[in-house]
Design a protein around this ligand. Structure first.
Ligand code: G6P
Length: 362
């Protein structure tokens, strides 16, 4: 049928969509360039960013995880404070808003009811909203003041992959262009850095057997799995654990390396898989310290580090990219490990139980 043709030779949409990520990166670089080959975002959007005294990112699921990284991009590049909120909580746990807030809705589908409810509410209050979405003409796009598109192509698998990395790239570009306009970003060639990311993504997609092996070794029979990281790696760990839960039904939890000792370490037993991300130089020693703590309690560690920071104990080393952009590539091993874990456990990869691609009820 038609869906088979779209999948091409791939057994699952998820695998196809993981593989499309380098191409999507290049499409985004293209789509956000002007005729002088400079990154460009429409002036009204940059203007709204600069006018804001605080940005509120609203999203759900994987898009929420992209928002956590996006906060770092915007704060570091443009110097505007950012809060990130889970859409379903926002309307009743609304924070005290700043004088001039700007709302950014991140939503692959542009149809998530929880996010829409917040958009309706903040529009009623007279605030401005930008939607970052993969679907032109979607509800969240139509009802917001501004839209930025992801250019990721249709994402069919329920578990989001290429939309996440596309969201990160578009957020990086938004932060960068705003920062340039504010004068807070100089001498940073984001086009080149994203090109390096695309090449690194390709290299990872070409080493799938490694991740199939890791999935077999660590996740074939386990009941649970933990993801730890610090700084940006923490947020990628949250996304990695969500991927694993969604499609393999393994109970997974992502948490900050330093938070381990405050409770979660009680769950570590003989053989418990702990995936640790180590892509950030400033926290490399401390995350490795956390690995020692879990190993001392019997954990089976799987350290994924970045070239330049690697150690012989590491299970996989990802290619080096700009330290700010590591989430765009460190997530790919986690996507692939989840994919193969689901396969090994005979799960329905593209259509996991109890989940919908877009949830249009609150
Ligand atoms: C659903 C999907 C998730 C997705 C979330 C937000 O729960 O199963 O994969 O991350 O909705 O979707 P959105 O389209 O708003 O990004």
């Amino acid at each position: 049928d038609a869906s088979d043709i779209e999948k091409g030779t791939y057994p699952h949409y998820m695998l196809k969509e993981i593989d499309e990520q380098p191409l999507v990166m290049r499409k985004i670089i293209q789509a956000y360039q002007n005729e002088n080959n400079e990154l460009h975002i429409d002036e009204p959007i940059v203007g709204a960013m600069k006018e804001a005294d605080r940005i509120y990112i609203i999203a759900a699921g994987t898009s929420y995880h992209a928002g956590l990284v996006g906060k770092q991009f915007i704060e570091k590049s443009a110097g505007i404070p950012v809060e990130v909120h889970v859409a379903s909580e926002f309307n009743y746990n609304m924070p005290l808003l700043s004088e001039k807030p700007l709302f950014i809705f991140i939503s692959q589908s542009g149809e998530t009811a929880d996010s829409r409810a917040v958009l309706v509410q903040v529009k009623e209050m007279g605030h401005k909203a930008l939607t970052i979405t993969n679907v032109a003409g979607s509800t969240l796009s139509r009802e917001a003041d501004y839209t930025l598109l992801l250019h990721a192509g249709p994402e069919i698998a329920v578990a989001s992959t290429k939309a996440y990395t596309a969201q990160l790239a578009v957020l990086a570009i938004l932060a960068h262009v705003t920062g340039q306009s504010c004068g807070t970003v100089q001498d940073f060639d984001l086009i080149q850095e994203l090109g390096i990311v695309a090449t690194a993504m390709e290299a990872l997609c070409d080493t799938k057997e490694e991740f199939e092996e890791i999935a077999r070794e660590y996740l074939s029979t386990t009941r649970n799995c933990f993801f730890i990281g610090r700084s940006l790696d923490f947020y990628v760990g949250l996304e990695g654990s969500l991927k694993l839960k969604e499609i393999s039904y393994i109970q997974a939890e992502g948490f900050a390396g330093g938070e381990l000792k405050h409770g979660t370490i009680a769950l570590i037993e003989e053989g418990t898989p702990v995936v640790a991300l180590a892509t950030q130089e400033a926290v490399n020693l401390s995350i490795r310290g956390n690995v020692k703590e879990v190993v001392a309690r019997g954990a089976n560690p799987c350290i994924i580090s970045m070239k330049g920071l690697e150690d012989e104990e590491d299970r996989f080393v990802i290619p080096e990219v700009n330290p700010m952009l590591t989430p765009l590539i460190s997530v790919i091993p986690l996507q692939l490990i989840s994919y193969y874990a689901a396969l090994h456990r005979d799960c329905d990869v593209d259509k996991p139980r109890n989940l919908a691609k877009s949830v249009t009820v609150e």
